[in-house]
Write a protein that binds this ligand. Sequence first.
Ligand code: ADP
Ligand code: ZN
Length: 740
Amino acid sequence: MPTHYNIARIIINLSLDKTFDYNIPLHLASNIDIGSMVKIPFGNGNRNGFVIDLPEKSDYPTLKDLEGIIGDKPMISTPLIELGKWMADYYCCTREQAITALLPAAVRGRLIKEKKRKIIHLKNEDDIPIILQTLSKKAPKQADALKFLMQNGQCSLTDVVKKCKISYTAIASMEAKSYISIEDVIEERDPFANDHIIPTSPLKLNTEQSNALSEVIRSINSDEKDVILLFGVTGSGKTEIYLQSIAECLKQNLESIVLVPEIALTPQTTERFRSRFGDQVSVLHSHLSPGERFDEWNKINNGRVKIVVGARSALFAPFQKLGLIIVDEEHETSYKQDNVPRYQARDVAVMRGKIENVTVILGTATPSVESYHNTQQGKYNLVTLTQRIEEQQLPKMHIVDLAVENAENERHQIFSRRLITEVNDALENGEQIMLFLNRRGYATQLQCMKCGYVGECSECTMNYTYHKSRSQMICHLCGAVIKAPKKCPECNDPGIRFSGLGTEKIEASVRGIFPYARTLRMDSDTMTKKESYRHALTSFRAGEIDILIGTQMIAKGLHFPNVTVVGIIFADQCLNLTDFRAGERTFQLLVQVAGRSGRGDLPGRVIVQTYTPYHPILMSAIDQDYVVFFEKEIKSRIQLQLPPKAHLLLLSFKGDNEEKVRSHADYCFELLTSKIPKDINCSPVLPSPILKKRGLYTYQILMCTEKIMTLSKYIKLFFTSIKCPQKITVTIDVDPYSLL
Ligand code: ADP
Ligand code: ZN
C-alpha cells in the first residue's frame, strides 16, 4: 500500500452513476481517504463529491487536480462506502443516490455550521483582589465584570456583556491584560433540553430472558457474528434484553444502533434507552430540526455518544466501533423507504452487520415471513420468549360473526352486543378500552341512490372519503378536498348516501352509545401537530381518557397497563388488500393490537368483529399461534414463487398521458423479454391497481427471480441504455412492499 495516494475516484451528485478520477495534489495527499468530501473543478465551476476509491491507476491519461478537502476527516467510513455500493447494486439505484442516503442533508449540504459560544474564564484568580483595587477606580465596569466572574465561575461572553453592561472593547482589553481568557466552545442544540428522565437499573432477568441474553453475548464475543431473531410475545421483555446487550457492548467499549419504526418513536420507547444510559444516547427522529440533526451526527461521529436510537436512517450512524445493531419490530413495513434509494432498513442492517462483522438482533412478536424463513434455513439464529413477564396471560380473543349479529339484530350495527357489554363492564370497573379501525374519516363512499353517481377524485382512481366534522370530501391518495354535497352533483337528487366506516364515524357512535365515557380519536386527521401524539398518549396513560379510538397509530409498541378491552371493529378490512402480504399483515396487526391489552395485572379481552370468522388467518391469529400461520403461509408463497422463495422487482411507468405511458411500457417489455436471463419471470404490462394518482397514470411490470443481484444488474444496465420519453418516469422497486 502506498502511503501517499495519487488518484481519487469520486462520485458527484449528478445521478449519472459515473465516477470521475482526479489527481491528488501533494499537499492534500496525507489528508485524503475513502469517504472524504472533496471540492473538484467540474465543467465550468466547482462541485463537491465523495472519494469512493483510491486506485493506483486511472484509465484516463490526463487528470485534473482536485481542489481541496472539506472537513478534517472522512465524512463516511470505508465500510459505509462499501454498504452504499452494495445498496446501489441491490436496489438498482446510482451510487450517488445510495451514498447520499448515508448522510443527513444538513451534513451533506454543509449549510449548517456548528454553533459556537465564547466562554470567559478568570486567568489568575489569586491576583484578582489586587487587580480589583486599582481597577475599581480606573475602570469600574471591568472591576464589576471580574467580580461577576469570581462569583459565577466561567460565563458566556454574552452573559457578562449583558449582566455587567460592559462593552466588547473593554472585554478585549481585559483579555489583552491577561485578566481573563476567552475560549470558543461548541454548543450543541439539545433536543432533550426540557426532558426529565428517571434513571433505571438493569432488571433481574427471568430464565428465558437470561438464555436470550447469553446467546447475544456469545455472538458478540465470537469471531463469527450472528443475526439473531428474537421472537418474543408482546410483553415478554425484549426491550430489557436490548438494554442489557447494549450494556455489554458499552463494557467492551463498543457502540450500538437501535432501529425502531418511526411510529414507535414515541417518548415511551426512547425514554427507556435514555433512562438506562443517559446522555450516551442520541435519538434521531423526523421531528429534529436540521441543526439538531447536524449536532447529533457530529456527536456520533466524534464518539461522544455510544448508542443511537432512531428510525430507518439511524442505520447509517457513523460509528467506528460498532458492536451491535438492533432492529425492533423487525416485521414493520415502515422499514422500507418509499423513495430512492428504496431500501429495506432491516435488510440493510443485516448487510451492515455482515460488512462490519457485528451482531444483529431482529426483535418482534410477529416475525416477518422472510426473517422466520431465514431461521428455518439456518441463516439466522432463532431465540424465543414464550412467556409474558410475571406470567401475565396473553389476552383472550373472541370472534364475533357480524353476519349472525346482523341477522339477530334489527338494524345493522357497528358495535356487536358482545363488544358493547365488554366496553360497559370495563367502564364500570374504571378500566380502559382501545377501539381499532384502520381507516380514517366518517364514511368511505358517497353514492346517489337515484342515478348511481359515486364521488370519485378527478385526479385519482379513488373514492372520496367523507369527513363529517369538516363537511368535506377528501381524497386519501392526493389530499384533494371538496365541499361535501347535500344533493347529488349529477342529478340534484337529495337521496345521497354515505357508506363505509371510518374512525370519525366510530367516534360519533361511541359518543352515542357510551355518552359518559371520555373518548379520544387518534389518526392522522386529529394528530396534526408535532406534540399532539405525545400529548394524547400522556393523557390516555394518565387515565384521563376511557376509550381510545384509532387507526394503526394506536396498534403498535405501546404499553398501557390499564387497558383491558381491545375492539377490532372490522377485521376483514385488511384481508381484502390486493397484496400477497395481506394475510401476513392481518395476522401481525391482530396479534399486535391484541398485545395492547392485559399488560398490567388485569387480564385482557380482545373482541374481533368479522364477516369471515373461519378465515385461516383469523383462526391462527385468535390462537396467537405464529408457527401455524407461518407453515400455511410459507407453503403458498413457495407455490406461487413469492418472497421469501423468490425476490420481486416492480417496474412502474408513470405519466399524464395514459396512451404514451402504456406504449413506453410495452416497448420496454418487448426489449426486456427478448434478452432476459432464463431464471427470471416477467409479468405482462399491467395497469396499476390504482391506475391514476394525482393525475398520473401508472403501468407496471412485475418480475420475479431467486437471483436478485443478477436481475438488478440486468435492469440497471437496461435502463441506462434506454432513452425515456419526456414526461414519463420509470421507477424500479426491488423487494417492493406495495404493489400499487
Ligand atoms: P416487549 O418489548 O417484549 O413487548 P417489554 O420489554 O416492554 O416487552 O416488557 C414488558 C414489561 O415488563 C416492561 O414494563 C418491563 O419493564 C417489564 N420487564 C421486562 N423484563 C423484566 C424482568 N426481568 N423483571 C421484571 N420486569 C420486567
Ligand atoms: Zn385524488
